[in-house]
Design a protein around this ligand. Structure first.
Ligand code: SAM
Length: 356
């Protein structure tokens, strides 16, 4: 009922997609035999959607440079002198924001192709060659845009798909992965054991703290913070009876989710260095758990902690990844991947804040 009001005519299509089999992506494990695994995945006609997007970004960048040069040439003939600069400034296209630069590779089957990947096999060193996940879950990791030697915090990390994605960049100077749930943290250990060599694994600091208190422990320390909060997990909730968050027994917990999400996001902001960045993400379609949490966190950071934050524009994600994912066109803050029968990933909401 709630989502039919929010999405109106689009809801039946989103609903039927949520009720249909979800698509997966194969995140290539850069610690395994990359050449062999990429060759095998390409033989299946799967495509690395991230390198496709990088190619698209380069093409768009070149087109815009060429267009600008053409325009400058024509204005220099028409409008000499001071006036010419003003014309150029007004007409110059905005540069394509931060193209996707990362070592992360993730293979998906093209739109409309519902082929499934086989479970990954261990390589000669016993390391698994790829990790199957909702490919949209990598978008928050890409939005984090980890740069060499940066300090990164994954505040709600278990079972660890995004932590593994962050490690694939090979860039972290220091990575802290935290999750309040001890049993889920064990799954994080298992994933790292199966995918990451011991010497890298041992550099990851794994903790089971309540993330809401993180700022008090290590405030202002990290260049990048990922806050992938607990949410109504919409796809899981429409399909699974067991432990369903919409079960009456869990009403209180469900009603308190936006408050928990807000507290975690504020803690994430406090953990970030000035000019550092926080990516907030959920796998819910709910505005109450997405945009409203962002708005309220910005307000609280400002009024209670005197910390200014700014929402970063991620609209280039829509341009670059539209061949793989179906994006909502009316998400006020951040980006939302909508489940679609031809591209049945998500839901995945992500929004980036910069501490200013
Ligand atoms: C959406 S899941 C995270 C998924 C994970 N990032 C991944 O990609 O595999 C949300 C996680 O938040 C954890 N969580 C819930 N409350 C928390 C808290 N107060 N502090 C830290 N983690 C919390 C849950 O245990 C759960 O594992």
């Amino acid at each position: 009922m709630n989502y039919s009001l929010q999405f109106k005519d689009a809801w039946p299509s989103i609903r039927v997609s949520l009720l249909s089999e979800q698509k997966y992506g194969a995140l290539v494990n850069n610690f395994a035999d990359v050449e062999r695994v990429t060759r095998e995945l390409e033989q299946l006609d799967a495509v690395d959607f991230i390198s496709e997007a990088s190619r698209k970004a380069r093409r768009l960048q070149q087109d815009s440079v060429a267009e600008r040069a053409e325009r400058e040439e024509s204005t220099s003939q028409e409008a000499p002198g001071e006036c010419q600069n003003a014309v150029q400034a007004a007409e110059a296209p905005p540069p394509l924001s931060a193209p996707i630069t990362s070592n992360i590779k993730c293979y998906t089957f093209p739109r409309g192709d519902v082929t499934r990947f086989r479970p990954a096999r261990p390589d000669t060193l016993g390391i698994l060659s790829y990790y199957l996940m909702d490919a949209a879950s990598l978008l928050p990791v890409l939005a984090l845009n980890v740069q060499p030697d940066e300090f990164v915090l994954d505040l709600c990390a278990a079972p660890g798909g995004k932590t593994l994605g962050i490690l694939q960049t090979g860039f972290c100077g220091y990575l802290a992965a935290n999750d309040v749930s001890v049993s889920r943290t064990k799954r994080l250990y298992q994933i790292l054991n199966s995918y990451v060599p011991k010497q890298i694994r041992e550099t990851v600091c794994i903790t089971s703290w309540d993330g809401r208190n993180w700022g008090e422990r290590e405030g202002g320390t990290f260049h990048k913070v990922l806050v992938d909060v607990p949410c109504t997990t919409d796809r899981h909730s429409v399909m699974e009876e067991e432990n369903n968050i919409f079960n009456r027994r869990r009403s209180k917990e469900r009603q308190m989710l936006p408050m928990l999400q807000l507290q975690l996001l504020v803690a994430g902001i406090l953990a970030t260095k000035p000019r550092g960045e926080v990516v907030y993400s959920t796998c819910s379609l709910s505005q109450l758990q997405n945009e409203y949490v962002i708005e309220r966190a910005i307000e609280i950071a400002e009024t209670e902690f005197n910390i200014g934050t700014r929402v970063e524009d991620l609209s280039h994600f829509r341009t670059l990844f539209q061949d793989t994912f179906s994006f909502s066109s009316d998400c006020r803050l951040g980006e939302l991947v909508l489940p679609h029968l031809t591209a049945n990933f998500g839901p995945m909401y992500f929004c980036k804040l910069r501490r200013v």
